[in-house]
Design a protein around this ligand. Structure first.
Ligand code: ZN
Ligand code: FE
Length: 306
């Protein structure tokens, strides 16, 4: 059942079944001190270099990259849970709206789930937690400010905290506006942003508990992340956001380009996500709003846009 706070009838429905094979763009592997064919194998289907020990002490002086990949798992009518996978195969998930599709993906990738990250308390982001915890014993982390209305947390986080995610470090960012106590996770070594219902591609979350000032600050903090950062958000809203965005910035060529890209992605049955921070800076009118008043005005207009 779609969350009435989010879903609108008639919105595009993501394809169910197999999780899409979309991967985070990884960092190139370090090659220093290693014979090319001796210690590495290129797995081109992931777009990422994978390391293998080949009887060598690897690496002589540096730890191997532990960067994560992020894959969207369609849940409910238009939600995505984000499955994070470490180079060693360990898994985490952000905002599991349902347990079954997440468990299916976990089973296909080794059958273990170490960690669940939560951005906020809405049912379409947390309802899968009890089932996944019962099945996998995964540790659950979320905002201390939201603790009273989240599933039981093993670690309660505050903005500015750092939390280990499968060997990578996530920085916890304040992300108020959609709800009070909403947080986002930035995993710098993997160029991944898990932003729940704060930033969407070509849109932003509704101001259900917060105000435009808070959302403006939240979006500004996310927009300040490196441009290549992958925007892993909670909903497939891109096409419906595009219809409104184009009324705000009809002459924005980057917006038209993003709309064409999103149309092609959906026509091919693929998610439009992750987007990138650079793309949102160029095309998302909510990110581009010059001041709080402008953001407040377009957010209010979007609320009644048909
Ligand atoms: Zn929400
Ligand atoms: Fe949501």
């Amino acid at each position: 059942m779609a969350n009435p706070q989010h879903g609108k009838p008639g919105q595009a429905r993501p394809k169910r079944g197999q999780p899409p094979a979309q991967q985070a763009r990884g960092q190139p592997a370090r090659r220093r001190g290693v014979e090319f064919g001796q210690a590495m194998d290129f797995l081109s289907h992931t777009g990422r270099y994978r390391y293998f020990r080949a009887g060598l002490a690897w690496p002589p002086d540096k730890a191997p990259s532990m960067a994560l990949t992020a894959t969207p798992i369609p849940c409910l009518s238009d939600n995505y849970a984000w499955l994070l996978r470490a180079a060693d195969g360990r898994l985490a998930v952000c905002d599991p709206a349902e347990d079954a599709p997440v468990a299916a993906a976990v089973e296909a990738m080794g059958g273990k789930l170490d960690l669940i990250l939560l951005t906020h308390h809405h049912g379409d982001h947390v309802a899968g937690v009890p089932g996944l915890v019962a099945r996998y014993g995964a540790k659950v982390v979320g905002a201390a400010a939201d603790k009273h209305r989240l599933p039981p947390l093993d670690q309660a986080l505050a903005p500015g905290d750092r939390v280990d995610v499968l060997g990578s470090t996530a920085e916890v960012l304040a992300s108020d506006g959609h709800t009070r106590g909403h947080i986002a996770y930035h995993i710098a070594d993997s160029r991944i942003l898990l932003c729940g219902d704060t930033l969407f591609s070509l849109g932003c979350g509704r101001l259900l508990e917060g105000n435009a000032e808070q959302m403006f600050a939240s979006l500004a903090a996310l927009a300040a992340l490196p441009g290549e950062t992958l925007v892993c958000c909670g909903h497939e809203y891109t096409e419906s956001n595009a219809r409104f965005a184009i009324t705000v910035e009809p002459d924005n060529a980057a917006l038209w380009a993003r709309i064409a890209e999103a149309k092609a992605q959906r026509a091919a049955g693929k998610p439009t996500l992750p987007s990138t921070i650079a793309s949102e800076r160029a095309a998302n009118p909510f990110v581009r709003a010059a001041d709080v008043a402008t953001l407040a005005r377009i957010r209010a207009a979007k609320d009644t846009f048909r």
